[in-house]
Design a protein around this ligand. Structure first.
Ligand code: ACO
Length: 401
């Protein structure tokens, strides 16, 4: 085998791979992904089976701890999460400092980082017990603060976790319950959200997960690393795509609803416009999550009786792109975000919150990857570069510039 360190010392050679299109950054036991075949598995279990047969906390346990939980382990996990759902009241002062117009992802990233100040033990995890506590605390508090970003945006009083309800049910309660009357839960909505969270739970070394790992590799704490992951997820080329999809569909509608016109724009190389929700860095055949979600989207829309012109535009775009030479030859298929945005809209979730929902779903993956990196004692992440700037130059005095 070639000793890369020695080779570099001898030759000064650097592997240049912008965007890390073909570079592995770690070994991982968590998620298997085959982009050509459209396969996604968590800990060896097919995503199709997990989405159909398990619930989100069960899958979170699997992703984080490596095995499907027994009934007792799952109950224990859920109870241990409940223990930590109270968020320090002083966090409210931080929320109050944000303008109502602040994007919830920015607020979420800041609040996640701020959790460090109130939970110093989550920074220095020293043994298995502390690791387990850190996992439960993160699962508990992140859900609550994620919904608080919405309550702040709306000017509503902040809600507390209800220990008589399940995790996903609590999401709806925390978001929508008002002091004026109880929020009526809808099982179709809960099931659809549960499925969406499962489908987002991990996706190996994507942009936000790599961010979590690289920040954590300096031994920054779990909250700080996840806060960085939230920021990475926010961008429209990553998690922000689900919001961008809906905004794009709204723009098309305002502009007369002509999907073909926007398809042509996306193909025009002089136009920076891209069809949001199409294409994927690793899936070059189809996104297996998109297949499951498309079915769920159809069920949700039929059950809730939603008749939304925006969704007609989405259908038209999907049908046209699937037979268009430009999209077919570049293997650009609708990705998970194309359909998740559509379901979120049908469930009455405001557009600005779409990426926050992605973050809630991705949380177990971020935790699992951070934990794996720490347990494996991985070295600090420190990519190299190929310098393309000036050679040595003589300093120029101020009066000569
Ligand atoms: N619309 C139009 N053309 C596109 C699109 C698109 N959505 N995506 C890629 N292309 C074209 C590119 O212009 C390029 O064409 P060329 O070969 O003629 O130059 C070719 O397809 C390859 O595109 P790259 O940008 O090189 O592919 P990359 O793997 O780097 O990017 C990405 C993948 C970022 C997802 C891209 O497809 C994209 O921007 N999609 C829209 C945003 C989106 O939906 N993101 C969500 C990703 S899924 C997730 O994060 C869960």
């Amino acid at each position: 085998a070639i000793d890369i360190e020695k080779l570099r010392a001898l030759t000064g050679a650097i592997t240049l791979d912008p965007g890390y299109k073909n570079s592995g950054s770690c070994k991982s036991d968590i998620t298997f992904l085959d982009g050509e075949e459209g396969i996604l598995r968590y800990r060896g279990y097919a995503i199709e089976d997990l989405a159909e047969k398990a619930d989100f906390l069960e899958v979170s346990y699997l992703v984080i701890f490596g095995e499907l939980p027994t009934k007792e382990q799952l109950e224990q996990f859920e109870n241990d999460i409940r223990k930590y759902t109270l968020v320090n009241e002083e966090m409210k002062n931080i929320i109050d400092g944000f303008p109502k117009t602040a994007h919830p992802m920015g607020v979420l990233s800041s609040l996640t980082s701020a959790l460090t100040a109130f939970n110093p033990k989550v920074v220095n995890v020293e043994n298995e017990k502390e690791m387990y506590e850190a996992v439960c605390k993160t699962m508990a508090k992140f859900l609550v603060i994620a919904t608080w970003t919405y309550r702040k945006m709306m000017g509503y009083p902040l809600n507390y976790y209800d220990n008589t309800k399940g995790y996903v049910e609590n999401f709806m309660h925390l978001m929508f319950e008002l002091p004026t009357g109880p929020y009526k839960q809808n099982q179709v909505v809960i099931d659809a959200l549960d499925k969406l969270f499962i489908l987002h739970a991990d996706h190996e070394q994507n942009c936000s997960t790599s961010t979590v790992r690289i920040v954590g590799s300096s031994h920054a704490g779990l909250f700080a690393s996840i806060s960085a992951g939230v920021s990475a997820l926010w961008g429209p080329l990553h998690g922000g795509a689900n919001q961008a999809v809906l905004e794009m569909l709204e723009d098309i509608q305002k502009d007369g609803g002509d999907a073909d016109k926007y398809l042509a724009k996306a193909k025009d190389k002089d136009d920076p416009f891209r069809l949001m929700g199409f294409g994927h860095r690793v899936y070059k055949n189809f996104d297996p999550r998109a297949k499951i979600i498309k079915k769920a989207a159809d069920e949700v829309l039929a059950t809730l009786g939603v008749n939304d012109p925006i969704l007609q535009i989405a259908k038209k775009l999907e049908e046209s792109a699937l037979v268009d030479e430009y999209f077919v030859s570049r293997k650009l298929y609708p990705n998970v975000d194309f359909y998740s945005g559509i379901i979120y809209r049908a469930l009455g979730i405001p557009t600005d919150m779409f990426t926050v929902l992605f973050a809630i779903g991705r949380l177990p993956g971020w935790i699992a990857q951070w934990k794996e990196m720490r347990v494996n004692k991985e070295p600090i992440g420190r990519p190299r570069q190929v310098y393309t700037g000036h050679p040595l130059r003589d300093f120029v005095a101020m009066d000569k510039r």
